[in-house]
Design a binder for this molecule. Structure first.
Ligand SMILES: [Zn+2]
Length: 284
């Protein structure tokens, strides 16, 4: 599979993360991240690590590293902690918002970890975490059990390979599905899906429109001479549940999102796209 995945072991260097009976989160995350990365590499994935030794870098630097690598996904590995020892146990996955392929990847990882024996605490929405917010690609953060839970630590140590394998399986399963989708969905089908989406948007806003000639707003995310490049951007947007499409105009393949009757709605979408790292402008 032709994917680049960033694996980010949480904390490091003078930031140990959570600590329990001398056990440091930064060591667990590094060991687990390297094991997950190994399995991904064995499956043909190009893996980029934010660190492979005991060093500290800010989450912002790590997100920037991922962006510069032009990666397709960003996977941060952490361990959870709570106030009192053995208060909670289980694994969870954090994502920026409940949309797109990252939501699916989070659910797949949770399901695989449950098979290893962890209590499945599900998916959490965390819009303020830097590695989820500042990354331009879909990003997830896996909390691989509580470091202050003896039950989770026993699983982590005794089923170490299976834990790494579960996370890798969840990632690979999602990537395979995305690859299938890209391969088996024609541009026409994508445009049809877009039209259905747009009809819904339009019917919502229809009632207050009293004008004869109304302006329709769209958000443009890119313009390419090469159709394949436009198609790549289109696929990425559609996988994030963004109603995108391509138009051919003045010798350029333009990737646009929307059809909004209200400028407000176009601006909202533009903000979301900019957060995802797209250079956008609104067109009518
Ligand atoms: Zn952490």
């Amino acid at each position: 599979m032709n994917y680049t995945v960033v694996i980010d072991p949480g904390h490091g260097g003078n930031d140990p993360g959570a600590v329990y009976n001398g056990r440091k989160e930064k060591d667990d995350t590094l060991n687990l991240a390297l094991a997950v990365g190994n399995i991904l590499e064995e499956n043909g994935i190009n893996v980029v690590y934010t660190r492979t030794s005991d060093v500290y870098e800010t989450p912002f630097t790590k997100a920037t590293k991922g962006n510069e690598a032009g990666a397709d996904f960003f996977i941060s590995i952490h361990r959870n902690s709570s106030e009192k020892p053995n208060e909670y146990n289980g694994t969870s996955t954090l994502i920026f918002d409940n949309a797109g392929i990252k939501k699916e990847m989070a659910a797949n990882i949770n399901a695989e970890l449950k098979k290893v024996g962890y209590n499945d605490l599900g998916t959490d929405i965390r819009p303020n975490l830097v590695v989820l917010k500042r990354t331009k690609m879909p990003a997830i953060l896996v909390e691989a059990g509580f470091i202050n839970s003896d039950k989770d630590n026993a699983l982590f140590d005794e089923e170490f390979y299976d834990t790494a394998d579960a996370i890798a399986k969840g990632i690979l399963k999602t990537l395979r599905k995305q690859e299938e989708y890209v391969k088996n969905t024609s541009t026409e089908q994508k445009i049809e899906a877009y039209k259905e989406n747009t009809d819904n948007i339009n019917s919502d806003n229809n009632m207050e429109c009293i004008c004869d000639r109304e302006e329709i707003y769209r958000v443009q995310t890119g313009a390419f001479e090469n159709q394949a490049n436009a198609d790549t951007m289109l696929n990425r947007l559609l996988m994030e549940d963004i109603p995108a499409f391509i138009i051919y105009e003045n010798g350029l393949y333009k990737v646009q999102v929307g059809a909004y009757k209200k400028l407000d709605n176009a601006v909202k979408m533009e903000r979301r796209l900019r957060r995802m790292g797209y250079n956008t402008y609104i067109t009518t």
